[in-house]
Design a protein around this ligand. Structure first.
Ligand code: GRF
Length: 219
């Protein structure tokens, strides 16, 4: 399959989801990795893979708004078919979303709509939840809201602590996000207009991998 589907990945830190995208890219090309933190360790994965890197240093701009404008301009210049937020810890503004309608997706470490925001694993442990997991959703301007594309879940064990639970969820993230991005790139998941559609192939693969998909969004 020709890999002419262009994605850009926005990160702020560790970049393990970026690494999983680099390693599992089947139907897409990563045409740029952008960060609001020039020192983000995850940029090393992009360097090693020889991907174009665009890092924005707040100190180089008069205001955060100016920096966000520069980042948006760069994103537009890269002409992405899909924008992937993978641990990008900066609010995405309406003008950004307007530039890529229904084409900005985010990976979040909880079974949304439960536990939006930060510290999800600690809050899940404190609430003694039986299940936890991760979600990939279309970004709509809220904090971790927007139509869900897919989720992967796991049990929480009585013996779990922050490290064991977050590692189990992270392992799921590293399968779920590349699957969603490959599927969007191949046309098997269509996020058009915020109402996702799934091909028979995507449905079968979701069943095989125990991913939850969200066809009821069509209602
Ligand atoms: C992941 O847990 C992701 O779900 C969340 O931020 C974390 C980023 O991890 N949005 P990494 O930088 O990809 O390792």
């Amino acid at each position: 399959m020709p890999k002419d589907f262009r994605i850009i990945v926005l990160i702020s830190g560790r970049g393990s989801n970026l690494k999983s995208l680099i390693e599992q890219a089947q139907t897409f090309n990563i045409v740029g990795v952008l960060s609001n933190k020039p020192e983000a360790p995850g940029l090393d994965y992009a360097r090693r893979a020889n991907l174009p890197i665009f890092a924005f240093d707040r100190k180089q701009f008069d205001s955060i708004a100016e920096m966000k404008q520069a980042l948006l301009k760069q994103c537009i210049e890269l002409k992405p078919d899909l924008v992937v937020l993978a641990g990008f810890m900066q609010i995405v503004e309406p003008d950004f979303l307007a530039a890529f309608p229904s084409r900005v997706i985010n990976i979040h470490p909880s079974l949304l709509p439960a536990y939006p925001g930060i510290d999800t694993h600690a809050r899940v442990l404190a609430a003694k939840e039986g299940r936890h997991g991760c979600s990939v959703h279309i970004v709509d301007g809220g904090i971790d809201t927007g139509p869900l594309l897919a989720q992967a879940a796991c049990d929480c064990l009585p013996s779990d602590d922050l490290a064991t639970l977050s590692n189990r969820v992270l392992a799921l993230e590293h399968k779920l996000l590349p699957w969603v991005v490959n599927s969007v790139a191949s046309g098997d998941i269509d996020p058009a207009a915020g109402i996702p559609r799934y091909s028979a192939t995507a449905r079968a693969q979701a069943r095989e991998n125990d991913f939850v998909i969200f066809e009821q969004n069509h209602n």
